[in-house]
Design a protein around this ligand. Structure first.
Ligand code: DAH
Length: 316
């Protein structure tokens, strides 16, 4: 009894148990000697031994419970939870900067009477290339520039594919914008494999290049909220003629291309059964990330898609 009082851990308790109740214990030895006694002595001694055995068993049982409780108390103290501490604050979410710019741009064009259309990101080569007058040997069709699913389907490389779908469905006049994601095999500080464009298309009886210029100039002033230097640079796109690109000067004096535009090519109008004698059309494709980079002075486009909360927080 003295011995068990001092025990403080389960290993010692197990040792204690085998010492007093195990096969080689003194108790077991005495039990084995019972057969040598006569019957009355045997009854007397076995009663004593059994009550002794029961007493030890009880003590061990109680000790076991005590050790278990001690362990729980220790754990509780170790992992103490203070329920009175204030809770963790829920972070408030916000729109992604690209979504915000996109909505702003849509609003500007809505105000000018443009309707908004959305199209598929998985596009067939007819809409992405053929109907846009892009020749079969054009490098844009190359596997190194475009994500092809098979010989017919691509991840659209430009929202211009939607020009065709809109022209097919609407007899004209048309004022359409098509925002969305586009995909190209590109990756550096001004290119990511996925980026956003807004396509614009105007079809009417006497649409000219000056209408296009006016719209784009005013769009830039509204979105960047300052009188920024712009220039139109003559360019080439298979689906427009004449074609131009619009550049904007950043604060370091560098010219940054933000959109392509032009008068819709007669071949495209013909493919879509638009009567070129009645209607003329102009179109433009704006790079959303480029606008956002200029507006917020961001030098690396990849920031938009890395999901770094420190970057995104600045637009809340
Ligand atoms: N689709 C062209 C591109 O991704 C941009 C573009 C150029 C769109 C001229 C147009 C356009 O609508 O008229 O580079």
């Amino acid at each position: 009894m003295q011995e068990i009082k001092k025990i403080n851990d389960s290993v010692s308790l197990n040792n204690f148990q085998s010492k007093y109740l195990g096969k080689n214990s003194i108790l077991c030895y005495y039990f084995s000697k019972l057969v040598t006694l006569n019957i009355s002595e045997r009854i007397k001694c076995s009663t004593i031994l059994n009550s002794f055995k029961q007493k030890i068993k009880n003590k061990i049982y109680k000790k076991k419970i005590k050790l278990k409780n001690n362990k729980l108390i220790n754990q509780k103290n170790k992992y103490f939870i203070d329920y009175t501490l204030p809770g963790r604050k829920m972070e408030r979410g916000s729109l992604h900067p690209i979504t915000m710019i996109m909505e702003e741009i849509i609003e500007i064009f809505n105000y000018l009477g443009f309707n908004i259309y959305y199209g598929p990101e998985i596009e067939n080569k007819y809409y992405n290339f053929d109907a846009l007058n892009i020749p079969h040997n054009h490098p844009a069709r190359n596997i190194s520039d475009t994500f092809w699913f098979n010989s017919n389907y691509v991840l659209r490389t430009q929202t211009s594919s939607m020009q065709i779908r809109v022209l097919e469905k609407n007899p004209g006049p048309i004022r359409a914008i098509i925002p969305g994601k586009v995909y190209r095999r590109d990756y550096d500080h001004t290119h990511t494999p996925m980026f956003h464009q807004i396509e614009g298309l105007i079809v009417d009886e006497s649409i000219s290049f000056s209408n296009l210029k006016w719209i784009l100039e005013n769009f830039v002033i509204q979105i960047l909220k300052k009188n920024i230097k712009i220039r139109f640079r003559s360019s080439y796109f298979p689906f427009t003629c004449p074609s131009a690109e619009m550049d904007i000067q950043d604060k370091n004096g560098n010219w940054l291309e933000i959109l392509g535009c032009g008068m819709v090519h007669p071949n495209v109008l013909k493919t879509c059964n638009i009567d070129g004698n009645v209607y003329s059309a102009c179109a433009f494709g704006i790079g959303i990330e480029r606008i956002a980079m200029l507006k917020y002075s961001i030098s690396d486009i990849r920031c938009f898609f890395e999901n770094d909360i420190r970057f995104l927080k600045q637009f809340v």
